[in-house]
Design a binder for this molecule. Sequence first.
Ligand SMILES: [Mn+2]
Length: 529
Amino acid sequence: MLFACLLAVVASSLFTFTVLKRRLFRYRFPLLAEKPFSNAGKPLKMTNKNLADPNDIPVSLRGHKYPAKAHNLQVKKHLLKKNPHLSAQSTAVFIAGEEVEGNKYCDTEKAFRQNRYFYYLSGVNIPGSAILFDFKKDQLTLFLPNVAWDDVIWSGLPMNIEQATKEFDVDKIFYYDEVKSSLRRLEGYTIFTTDLDNVHEEETQSLLVPHERDFFYALNESRMIKDWYEIEVLKKAAEISDNCHLAVMSSLPIELNEVHIQAEFTYHALRQGARTMGYDPICCSGPACGTLHYVKNTENLTGKASVLIDCGAEWKNYTSDVTRCFPISGKFTKEHRQIYEAVRDMQTQVMVKIRPGVDWDELHILSHRVLIKHLLKLGIFKSQFSEDEIFKRRASCAFYPHGLGHLLGLDVHDVGGRPDPYDSDPYFKYLRIRRPLQENMVVTNEPGCYFNDFLLAEFLDKIPERKEVVDKEVLKKYMYIGGVRIEDDVIVKRDGYQILSKITSDPDEIERIVSNGISKPRSDFHVVV
Ligand SMILES: [Mn+2]
């Protein structure tokens, strides 16, 4: 009897737990994109039970310092290889990081943004710091800003040397006063620096070699390949953006204007500890979706069909870059869906080919060919012209003028891609990666298709051989969409790829998320006005 009772209690609590769990997770699992490398059912954090912790550090990063020493050693390796005349015995690197800049004629300051090269070599975000790396001893020295007692009154005590020793991956720490004598001690050295913008003393300036091409080459080659630590930080940034995009898609009842979309995204980014964005949010609706870097974000959504949001949260100075499109009504119109499917096909066909050794030019070309096939099928390109002919005439440029993607890291358009803005071929002019992929590059895969009067006038109407292949009557039916872009962040893995951004791009899922949001009353959303 006792046994039966116990069994009943266990069974009923198990049942309650299962029901509760199902309820909590009801809107969570379907939101994950079904991609080969999905995050194995890890739910997006969107329930009351799981309020965002802005100080959360992923388990994988806890107890680890930003690997500044390893980054300096990478730069040393690339620099000495690039310039064999340099000797490790007499070469060093010095960079003075960014300082806080005041706004004109008032007491406020510009938002602080650390020099990304400085951050890569130090992991330090403290304004007015500097670093010195001596190739001979492989020794990294950090100089903290001198303590100004005035500042302490207003801003509190800055980090001291003991605290900084625990925090940063450096060998020695001094205050800024020591910079001059430390550099002087390196007699006969070549000391490279990025620029002299924050080096204020003439004598110190005279000890440095700024703007050296080989030094930038070494910095860029190093930054281009991400180590495990950087990848974990980028994953966290992407995870934050996933939640923000989900919030934006779910909140149509409180999004009357494009800037409300921006507000929803940045609010959720801040809540999760992403205090900055990697770039100005691009939030557009209707025909404005055809403007590639639209940052006005001022129009009302009323009467429009489409939204395009290109927004990336930045976490610990590494950024994500994610674009999603959705129908304002909760249901794609026929034309919007057709273009959406075309762009999704472009992205998928590229995605499965991402692996080391593959030339980015070729993937970019592949995305154009997929687009041409779709636009032929829709009748936007006239059927009497072959895919090859349209390709040869570069006519798809009028609908997809930008590159397939770019490197991603400390900067949204990260360094090392070797773009060629002077390429006379319009297919390659705006392509930001012009080299084969390598393991542990992080790239965006972001094809698009746009219907923009200005683009059409420039890239189509002015060139008769392109104008000839387009059916303007059919094209007219698509103009109201503005455009579609789908953008995800991807690591190049030894045997393929891994997608970092997990927010779904499945059009059916997106319709469900948007519709579910629309079905809720205003009182379900946290807004005062
Ligand atoms: Mn991008």
